[in-house]
Design a protein around this ligand. Structure first.
Ligand code: SAH
Length: 357
């Protein structure tokens, strides 16, 4: 690991202003730097043409501008693009760009690996290497944006890649501020969704950062099953999770929780599950995303048959639940949920069988 200079994208916007002031320049220079970094996505200080040359060379001597490089990009037949990205220490992560009718969604990672070891998720099999920095989270967006055509806009961000965002809350919060600040990326907070397996103490602090959407990986209707799928459930069981959400004042019909329910044959797909789920969610403004299990070699689970999936979603729908079936995107390039991480490229053995969330 080589010694690295600090990265300008690790600075919050006020800190960028303070940095300029501390070097004897006016605070607004910080905002100009942010505009170059996040609106114009420049790669070098030389390109920041409205900054005095002296300030540019001063900063160039002391700071890095980018923290990730693109190793490969793979394009799926359905339009999904998977970016394999490498950090300064060789750690590899992935981000997936998902084009939809009226929007472009990017799925980003927050950790290298994940400590939660969910049994159906390939990232769980990887183990945990480290948290990503703010600049590494932000660079995923900048590098993905560079893949878009000039008339395309990256409209939505989902924190559903490798890792548990709420176990890296300081960096995730700072990244959210950069994404939503008009002087940063200027994205509308409601276009950001952060997904958690249920790290309860961090939910309120996350929702206090900005009015983003929260997604919760539920995947089961009994503690017996959820203990196996999401071991974190032993610490924060279903009851505690749902009461926390029920009592959270920032969750409302305008900003419902998106519950993710990965459907696995014979595990959590019974009619009893489908009947229990609406009862559990009573009193919580919610939507349910049903995701048929994407199989991978590290987990013994399969998706149910189409008629079982249909019966499950129809039962939820009939009980008044707002339910969507998440379509499988990018599975031909291993970019679908649970399939990600350099399986084909893999130089670093520890990352060989990883998967996005
Ligand atoms: N740690 C966070 C963020 C990762 S996103 C969390 O658990 O929410 C994780 C999501 O990826 C899960 O909710 C699930 O919807 C999806 N997922 C993981 N493995 C999957 C698989 N094999 N098939 C389908 N979806 C999967």
């Amino acid at each position: 690991m080589t010694a690295r200079r600090p990265n300008l994208k690790d600075f919050a916007l006020p800190a960028l202003r303070d940095l300029c002031v501390s070097r004897g320049w006016p605070a607004y220079r910080g905002d100009q730097i942010a505009a170059w970094l996040y609106k114009h996505a420049v790669d070098s200080l030389d390109e920041m043409t409205n900054l005095p040359a002296e300030l540019r060379s001063l900063l160039a001597a002391d700071f890095e501008l980018s923290s990730l490089e693109v190793v490969t990009t793979q394009h799926s037949t359905d339009g999904t693009t998977k970016l394999l990205l490498k950090a300064f220490d060789g750690a590899q992560i992935e981000a997936v760009l998902i084009p939809e009718a009226r929007r472009q969604t990017l799925c980003i990672s927050t950790q290298v690996g994940c400590p939660l070891a969910c049994s159906f998720c390939a990232t769980g099999a990887l183990g945990f290497t480290r948290n990503l920095s703010v600049s590494e989270i932000v660079d995923q967006v900048l590098l993905a944006r560079a893949q878009l055509a000039p008339d395309e806009i990256l409209s939505n961000l989902v924190f559903m890649g490798m890792g548990e965002p709420l176990l890296n809350l300081p960096a995730v919060s700072e990244a959210i501020r950069l994404f939503t600040d008009p002087k940063g990326f200027g994205m509308a907070p409601r276009r950001l969704t952060v997904s958690t397996a249920g790290v309860l103490p961090q939910i309120a602090p996350l929702l206090a950062v900005a009015p983003i959407h929260l997604a919760v990986s539920l995947h089961a209707t009994t503690d017996e099953v959820r203990d196996v799928l999401v071991p974190l459930n032993k610490r924060y069981p279903i009851d505690a999770l749902l009461s926390t959400l029920r009592e959270e004042p920032r969750i409302s019909r305008r900003r419902p929780v998106f519950f993710e329910y990965t459907l696995m044959e014979g595990v959590n797909d019974s009619i009893e599950d489908a009947r229990r789920l609406p009862k559990l969610l009573e009193g919580i403004a919610s939507k349910v995303n049903v995701i048929p299990m994407n199989p991978h070699p590290d987990a013994p689970y399969r998706p149910p048959k189409p008629e079982v999936i249909d019966r499950f979603t129809a039962t939820l729908h009939d009980a008044g639940i707002r339910v969507t079936l998440r379509r499988d995107r990018g599975s031909d390039i291993d970019a679908a949920c649970g399939q990600l991480a350099n399986r084909k490229v893999g130089k670093a053995p520890a990352l060989d069988s990883g998967a996005i969330g």
